[in-house]
Design a protein around this ligand. Structure first.
Ligand code: FDA
Length: 324
């Protein structure tokens, strides 16, 4: 049976788990990054490997009326030096955005700042980025990683948010704990980006069906909108977006009190529709060479391109093993 046929027969949930587990495989990452075959698919989701490549994409989004938040790709660094290098890349990015009059708004992952190495070192690194963002009146958002990082991420967020209020964090509707987390962030006047959650989490901590995740998303979204804490509604799901619009219309919430957020390259039609209707939309723009785990999570969300991707990697690995 052809590879594509086999892939189609896998239940979506199993496919998602496989892809998320492959996202942690460094050997595959090396093969994928080297393969020219993966480039065209990756380019749909990643604005470039360098800042120079990403800047025109960010400028084009601005010209189209979209706001942006820039992610310098990277996560789970293995050393303090790698974390320091990631900080430097963020500082250069913030400076370049500000010089060009582009949104000095960035998103980062705390494991990229050394969270798994040493929490104090991570906080130090994060505060360097926060200082740079404060210097240009910008904004920084801490992405949320898998559930083993949630407590530590929120702890570092609290410290950074005390230093500078324009530091936001992400909450995942998939996690059972998120209702309590949203309440405590609202109490601290923190800014939440609400997303469904991109990781394959166990049932002990997460809702595992689409309907349960969506229902929790709708509940948390309503709480955040009504609390008037400038939430970011991060989803491409038309039903949840329609629900958000019905809440803001019912409650008379101004359009500058919240924003929609979407990922670079996904549902451009919907991005346009929302802008045309007068809503604020911010696009999450990732760039950098460390795109593999980010890309695999995007595949896991919609496995349509998986057959092509897997064939490309297998071919590349086969060549490598034959010594070509
Ligand atoms: P859903 O998965 O139901 O998709 C709805 C529709 O959107 C699909 O039917 C399809 O049309 C389209 N779509 C969604 N994903 C697609 C893809 N990869 N390729 C093509 N089409 C796709 N997660 C996390 O755990 N931590 C984080 O910090 C963040 N940060 C973040 C920032 C922003 C701005 C966004 C938009 C999302 C995140 N996420 C995230 C990812 C999030 O958790 C979730 O995995 C994705 O947004 C997909 O879920 P949707 O809400 O779009 O719904």
């Amino acid at each position: 049976m052809a590879l594509n046929e086999n892939l189609r027969l896998l239940p979506q949930r199993t496919m998602r788990s496989i892809l998320i587990s492959l996202s942690h495989r460094r050997a595959l990452a090396r093969a994928a990054v080297r393969s020219p075959l993966t480039r065209p698919i990756v380019a749909r989701f990643v604005a470039g490997e360098t800042l120079q490549e990403a800047l025109p994409a960010i400028l084009a989004l601005k010209r189209a009326g979209l706001h942006t938040t820039v992610d310098v790709l990277g996560e789970s660094v293995g050393s303090r030096d790698q974390a320091a290098a990631a900080v430097d890349r963020y500082l250069a990015t913030i400076a370049a955005l500000s010089e060009r009059d582009l949104d000095p708004n960035v998103s980062l992952k705390l494991t990229q700042m050394g969270l798994e190495i040493d929490r104090a070192c991570c906080l130090e690194n994060v505060l360097r980025v926060v200082e740079a963002v404060r210097g240009v009146s910008g904004f920084v958002r801490f992405d949320m990683e898998d559930h083993t990082m949630t407590d530590a991420t929120l702890e570092v967020w609290r410290a950074a948010h005390e230093a500078y209020p324009r530091v936001g964090v992400v909450i995942q509707a998939a996690l059972r704990r998120s209702s309590a987390d949203v309440d405590s962030i609202i109490a601290a006047h923190g800014r939440v980006r609400l997303c469904k959650g991109a990781y394959d989490e166990p049932a002990s901590v997460a809702y595992r069906t689409r309907s349960a995740v969506d229902a929790n998303y709708a509940r948390l979204m309503e709480r955040l909108l009504v609390a008037d804490v400038q939430p970011a509604i991060a989803t491409h799901d038309p039903r949840l977006i329609a629900k958000a619009i019905s809440i803001v219309e019912r409650e008379g919430i101004d359009r500058d009190r919240f924003e929609f957020q979407m990922l670079y390259g996904i549902r451009r039609d919907l991005q346009r529709t929302l802008i045309d209707r007068g809503y604020q939309v911010r696009i999450y723009v990732p760039y950098g060479t460390e795109w593999y785990p980010y890309f695999m999570r995007r595949l896991a969300e919609r496995p349509a391109n998986v057959g092509f991707m897997v064939r490309a990697i297998v071919k590349e690995e086969g060549r490598r093993l034959k010594g070509h």
